[in-house]
Design a protein around this ligand. Structure first.
Ligand code: 4AD
Ligand code: MG
Length: 478
């Protein structure tokens, strides 16, 4: 029975010829006891179902309420109403699931994003969220398509690991030891030898190190999976569980790496523009409405579609970290003491600095290279100056850092001495060092934060609104 249903998206593109169709979906609105706006999630456009007066019993009509699910059999006819080409003139209407209009949390009116976040189990039923998650789906597919067509191997890196790839110590521990009374060593520390894996383990913060192992054999690989960071950041750009895409390429330097990242971002935008045009136009209108609430100087200069077009058609700016610091120091913003954090060579750029560079100074995405070694991870390749590393961060308007990557240190001695300096346990990372012992090659890669990319494409300002079930400090609902 169910496989005979036609999706609303397809129905709307069908020539009406009084043919019989079956359509199923959820009621968005019911007007004048006659016109049902039915949505099945295949598109933001509803199909109008006409329940002609006098055809259906009152008891049934009463059950056609916002949120109820229906199966409708009827004729596809040309619509007389405005705004749609076709409609379904109902012959039979079956209520699949009732929805008590008094209790259904989503009323046929505009709800705030904050309210909908509390109702994240139902927010898929709204225009905004169904559009966002269709775009997210398209972008996921485009990621695989991009790399598949380039001959990259999709590598599944482990979720549970015993290493801290970023060396930042922001890990969620994985253990089956009893919390109340864990086995202890003589010195009082916890004895992880008795734990499930016989050692301390955690959820992965990045698949990069395993990615490097495969890239130095398969040539070019990418990972696309969930990543976990126990950083206590309550911002509009941080999640404790997010998805990351990490390509890793052998025979590749920082220049090739930047070129690939730029091409990749453009490809994803173009793919969404070509395949989700209606959803993006809906989201552009939503964003424009939202921005009307902001003071003039906080609004974007470009609408969502114009912004995406702009990124497609203009090369990213490429500067060094040292250039970035100089631009910031020379800015009026700095001279007028408008930055909260001070600026000098060696600092980690704060998001206010990144946003100034991208939104005020260059007004386009910027790739920053050559960061001080001291503020970057152990695996990045040391530049000849002995102070900076071949790192690259891509900063995007409205988002800040969207990509972090680098050329990797392929020289064994240099890598070992860097790891010692940074107190990375060499013995435990012997497997990693083997790639540098046997046929080491120049290689590079980067990580694109998937949710930040979805934010960029959909114009959603809060990262919690582009992942179905956000995990953030003090929140793991659903
Ligand atoms: O800059 P990050 O920490 O780099 C790495 O993990 C490298 N191992 C990547 C690589 O070279 N293979 O993270 C990469 C990207 C960031 O630029 C950001 O877009 C995203 O991941 N990201 C987060 N997104 C959401 N919530 C968080 N807490 C994030 N932390 C990083
Ligand atoms: Mg980073």
């Amino acid at each position: 029975m169910f496989n005979k249903r036609v999706k609303v998206k397809d129905l709307l593109a069908t020539e009406p010829a009084n043919q019989e169709v079956i359509v199923m979906g959820w009621v968005r609105t019911f007007r004048n006891n006659q016109f049902i706006a039915l949505n099945d999630g295949s598109t933001n456009n509803n199909i109008q179902v006409l329940a002609e007066l006098g055809t259906f019993e009152d008891a049934l009509l009463k059950r056609i309420t916002t949120g109820a699910s229906l199966k409708v059999t009827g004729e596809l006819i040309a619509s007389l109403g405005k705004g749609q080409k076709v409609e379904v003139k109902a012959k039979t209407i079956e209520i699949l699931g009732d929805s008590d209009a008094e209790k259904f949390p989503l009323q046929p009116k505009k709800h705030s994003l904050e309210f909908l976040r509390e109702k994240a189990h139902l927010r898929f039923r709204t225009y905004t969220f169904s559009a966002v998650f269709r775009v997210r789906n398209t972008l996921s597919f485009a990621i695989h398509k991009f790399f598949y067509e380039k001959g990259f191997v999709y590598l599944h890196t482990p979720i549970i690991t015993a290493s801290d790839a970023e060396g930042a110590g922001e890990m969620f521990r994985v253990s089956t030891l009893p919390f109340d009374n864990p086995p202890r060593n003589e010195d009082g520390s916890i004895n992880f030898k008795e734990d499930f894996f016989g050692k301390a383990t955690n959820l992965t913060v990045s698949g990069q190190l395993e990615g490097e192992l495969a890239a130095t054999a398969l040539g070019e690989i990418y990972t696309f999976g969930p990543t976990f960071r126990a950083e206590n950041s309550n911002t509009t750009r941080h999640l404790a569980e997010f998805w990351m895409i990490e390509p890793e390429m052998a025979f590749c330097d920082i220049e090739d790496n930047m070129n690939l990242a730029e091409e990749f971002i453009r490809y994803l935008i173009k793919y969404a523009m070509d395949n989700n045009r209606e959803d993006l136009e809906f989201l552009a209108t939503r964003l424009a409405e939202e921005e009307k609430q902001l003071p003039q100087d906080k609004r974007s200069e470009l609408g969502l579609i114009e912004k995406l077009d702009f990124v497609l058609n203009n090369a990213f700016e490429r500067i060094t970290y040292t250039d970035a610091i100089n631009i910031l120091l020379e800015s009026n913003h700095y001279k007028k003491k408008k930055f909260q954090y001070d600026i000098s060579w060696g600092i980690d750029l704060q998001s206010e600095h990144e946003r100034y560079l991208v939104e005020k100074h260059f007004k386009k995405p910027v790739i920053v290279t050559g960061y001080p070694a001291a503020i970057k991870a152990f695996y990045m390749r040391m530049n000849d100056d002995g102070k900076t590393v071949a790192a690259m961060d891509i900063l995007a308007p409205g988002i800040g850092e969207i990509v972090g990557g680098s050329q990797r240190e392929e020289r064994l001695e240099k890598l070992e001495s860097r790891m010692k300096e940074m107190h990375i346990p060499l013995a435990e990372m012997d497997w990693y060092l083997d790639t540098r012992r046997f046929g080491s090659v120049p290689h590079a890669g980067f990580g694109l934060g998937f949710e930040r990319m979805v934010q960029f494409v959909t114009g959603m300002t809060n990262i919690r609104d582009v992942i179905p079930f956000p995990r953030t400090p003090k929140n793991a609902e659903f």
